[in-house]
Design a protein around this ligand. Structure first.
Ligand code: SAH
Length: 526
């Protein structure tokens, strides 16, 4: 085997984008995209994933759909080599080739990797979740199941149906595995089901088609080998879909979750900072929602850390240190570490976390918060701190965002404390490019709801929308807005949004609960 010499400082990654749901790309894939200078992507790779790439990266679409190729495979291979060479000429860079599902499962990724290698360009492979596994999973079907199926096969169903002689070994396929997953087979469904029955598979074998799996457009059609072709023709079932054949398909009745979740079919935009989106996104996705990441705020460093550093040098003088957000915790501990210190510097203070997520973040630094309020209104927090032992004249350090509200510090001062408020980070509006793909989905009317978790996300979201649309009010009419609490709702009201539901408990789980309850109430009312 010849070992290709890395050309200059060029890195090339062949990345599996997963089947559609942007949450199903690997962490390694997202990390490669974050560093990309050039991204070459396909029809089946969700364009929302491009939001991981820096705004300055060049994104090249080489979509291929069915038999009508826009760009031939040879052209794509040459394009990849050419892009790598250009990066080399520039002194280096990262090229990401993003392909739907897994790059090496019917993705022609092998040809691209070989072509790159032949041209002397080293290339790493980052596998992806293939649709042959993800589509059945999102339809509630495990491809193997104890006592039912102990083997699974992935088969290309795209044979030309006009050919007299089939080039596939149908006997071998029919009996080669318990579960058969056909890719690219929709137009050949009559041929596939007939050949399998002729080869001896029971006509009663359950069959399922899953179209646009893992996306809000997912559609499932079930039947048997004997009936499926006719039912698919009757409803005009179209590609792209995975055809699953085998006894396991019957398990869908018991396991189906995606279409039956309380938020199924709903597309929800999440406007938190990108680093914080995942906790909320994961919960919403597990309830069946499609999540659109639209980070309306970004966390940014402060122009100067003098103030924080001075407080850190004097930490022993504080009776309480109050953290109001997980970001605040992170930023504070970065400064602590910058000063050569660690959690022990907080040994003499009592630590308060406003909210469970903040407390969770503290745990990561080895600190169990002494105090987490059970109610988050500033007045209530101040009262609870007094109950927790805050005495007149005690010094309190509140570490928080630059833009935060004054209310908690003033409530604490009103109760006799001497409060130092130090910003440890600031929030800024995101770059337009970073939210462009999600914004265009919003403009196209593809979004049902938006979640707000702070006043700044509301304000930034409003200005993003006003920037891109002259008629933002009609755009927002069909959009249900969900808020984490009264302060956020008030900010939304100021921006002209009406809130569909507000969290009773001002936390992420509380917000999710509000959405689920509101949706249930709406569908009951229908
Ligand atoms: N490399 C891809 C497969 C590419 S071949 C992978 O690993 O998934 C293209 C075929 O994949 C389509 O014709 C369809 O059969 C299947 N496919 C890809 N994404 C799909 C999706 N979201 N839902 C259903 N089928 C999908």
């Amino acid at each position: 085997m010849t070992t290709p010499k890395p050309i200059g400082r060029v890195e090339v990654f062949l990345v599996g984008a997963g089947p559609g749901d942007p949450g199903l790309m690997t962490v390694a894939g997202a990390a490669a995209l974050k560093r990309a200078d050039v991204v070459v992507y396909d029809y089946l790779a969700n364009p929302l994933l491009l939001a991981h790439a820096p705004g300055s990266s060049e994104c090249v679409y080489v979509g291929k759909k069915g038999f009508s190729n826009h760009v031939t495979q040879n052209e794509i291979n040459s394009l990849l080599v050419d892009k790598a060479r250009r990066l080399e000429a520039r002194g280096g860079g990262v090229l990401v080739r993003l392909k739907g599902g897994d790059p090496f499962v019917f993705g022609r990724g092998g040809e691209e990797a070989a072509a790159l290698r032949d041209a002397g360009v080293a290339c790493s492979i980052i596998p992806g979740v293939t649709s042959g596994i993800a589509a059945p999973a999102y339809a509630g079907v495990p491809v193997t199941h104890r006592g039912m199926a102990s083997s699974v096969a992935f088969i290309a169903g795209s044979e030309d149906p006009t050919k007299d002689e089939s080039s596939l070994d149908w006997e071998g396929i029919a009996h080669g595995a318990d579960t058969l997953c056909f890719y690219m087979g929709v137009r050949n469904l009559p041929l596939i089901s007939r050949k399998l029955m002729e080869a001896g598979r029971d006509p009663e074998t359950p069959v399922m088609l899953v179209r646009w799996a893992t996306t809000p457009d997912q559609e499932v059609l079930s039947g048997t080998l004997a009936t499926i072709a006719e039912s698919a023709a009757a409803v005009g079932f179209k590609a792209p879909a995975i055809i699953v054949v085998g006894a396991v398909v019957a398990l869908r009745e018991r396991i189906a979750w995606y279409e039956s979740g309380p938020l199924a079919g709903m597309t929800i935009a999440v406007t938190r900072a990108r680093s914080q989106i995942s906790a909320l996104a994961l919960r919403l996705r597990s309830l069946g929602a499609c999540v659109l990441e639209l980070p309306a705020i970004a966390i940014a460093p402060l122009p100067s850390y003098d103030e924080v550093d001075a407080c850190i040098a004097d930490l022993r003088s504080y009776r309480f240190v109050v953290f109001t957000s997980a970001n605040g915790v992170k930023a504070f501990f970065e400064r602590l570490s910058h000063a050569g210190l660690d959690s022990r510097a907080l040994a003499s203070a009592r630590v308060a976390a406003i909210g469970p997520a903040t407390a969770e973040e503290l745990k990561g630094y080895g600190i169990a918060a002494d105090f987490v309020p059970c109610e988050y209104r500033a007045e209530a927090v101040a009262d609870q701190l007094i109950e927790a032992g805050l005495a007149d004249g005690d010094r309190i350090l509140v570490a928080r965002a630059f833009e935060a509200r004054e209310i908690l510090p003033s409530m604490l001062r009103a109760r006799g404390a001497s409060v130092d408020v130090v910003p440890v980070y600031r929030t800024v509006a995101p770059s337009r490019e970073s939210v462009e793909p999600s914004l265009s989905r919003l403009l196209a009317g593809d979004v049902d709801a938006v979640t707000f978790t702070s006043s700044s996300t509301v304000r930034n979201f409003a200005s993003l929308v006003n920037d891109v649309s002259a008629d933002s009010s009609s755009l927002l009419e069909g959009l249900s807005c969900y808020s984490i609490g009264p302060i956020t709702s008030a900010a939304a009201f100021d921006e002209g949004f009406s809130i569909a539901a507000e969290a009773k408990e001002y936390t992420i789980p509380g917000l999710v609960e509000a959405i689920v309850e509101h949706r249930a109430a709406c569908s009951e009312g229908k």
